[in-house]
Design a protein around this ligand. Structure first.
Ligand code: HEC
Length: 260
């Protein structure tokens, strides 16, 4: 297993100046904190979107491509607001929404229903309830829920692509000094998260087209998190706790170098 000889340019942590180890450890600690906060933030933003507690692939589908259950108004009329009006009036409202929620029909047929059934609560006097007074206000809740819009995704994508590359480049560089055998495992832990950054971000757009891509988002996120954790723990352990690997000691002895 440990047969693969050391690369000429490879240095173990024990061969690096002490100052580098301090810098590496500090950076790992701050990045680790950042990762924890990111996880808290993600859970808070996405969990429960599908109406069920916890984080699932359905939450991501709802976030990226919408509920697929029409507009907020339809969802409310079929759900919590269904007791506020007789079923036939609700049906009339829903079919108006589905036909495009035009203004003339609103003025003649819809406005009276809304005023009679909804305005006692939704007249805008309660800041916690959406205002349904007037065509413009109601039009907003008739729009189809298609999830995060493309422009927002583009904005978040470029921040993520820069940010995640920076994180994994940094952690990967630090981890490159770890003594890990078999080597393919080391390559995998360093390379895979970068591939997963690309998969992760592409999958946000693909979920809109084909919902099962939400699994790719989750899997890519999991691989990134796992690689981060593996690199973090191994780096910290070898920097401060573990003994200098034999292969490194032998090389240093041959060269007459003192390990610090
Ligand atoms: C008795 C007061 C009351 C009446 C009458 C009422 N609502 Fe509501 N409505 C609420 C409350 C409270 C909420 C927020 C809590 C919730 O979402 O269950 C709400 C939320 C909503 C929402 C937002 C749901 C979301 O997506 O967050 C919509 C849309 C809505 N109502 C539509 C209507 C319509 C249409 C009518 C008339 C047919 C109506 N409401 C009548 C109290 C009322």
């Amino acid at each position: 297993m440990s047969a693969t000889p050391l690369h000429r340019l490879y240095n173990h942590y024990s061969e690096l100046p002490f100052s580098m180890r301090i810098l590496y450890s500090g950076a790992l600690c701050i990045l680790g904190m950042g990762y924890l906060f990111a996880i808290i933030y993600l859970t808070h933003v996405y969990a429960g979107r599908d109406g069920k507690p916890g984080l699932s692939e359905e939450d991501l589908v709802v976030a990226y491509s919408g509920t697929g259950k029409g507009s907020r108004l339809e969802a409310a009329l079929r759900g919590p607001m269904s007791t506020m009006l007789p079923a036939e009036e609700a049906n009339a409202l829903v079919s108006w929404v589905q036909k495009g929620a035009d203004r003339p029909t609103y003025e003649t047929f819809i406005r009276p229903t809304i005023e009679k059934r909804c305005m006692t609560c939704h007249d805008g006097s309660n800041p916690h309830l959406i205002n349904l007074g007037g065509y413009d206000n109601i039009k907003k809740v008739t729009e189809q829920d298609t999830g995060t819009d493309i422009f927002t995704l583009v904005r978040v994508s470029h921040i993520h692509l820069f940010g995640m590359t920076f994180i994994f480049f940094l952690v990967g560089t630090i981890f490159s000094h770890a003594y890990v055998r078999p080597l393919w495992f080391k390559y995998l832990v360093m390379g895979l998260p970068l591939l997963c950054v690309a998969i992760d971000i592409s999958s946000w757009y693909l979920v809109k087209i084909y919902h099962p891509f939400a699994y790719a988002t989750m899997a890519a996120g999991a691989v990134q998190g796992l690689s981060f954790a593996i690199m973090w723990v191994i780096s910290m352990y070898q920097m401060w706790i573990g003994k200098t690997p034999k292969a490194v000691l032998q090389r240093s002895e041959n060269q007459g170098v003192v390990i610090g």
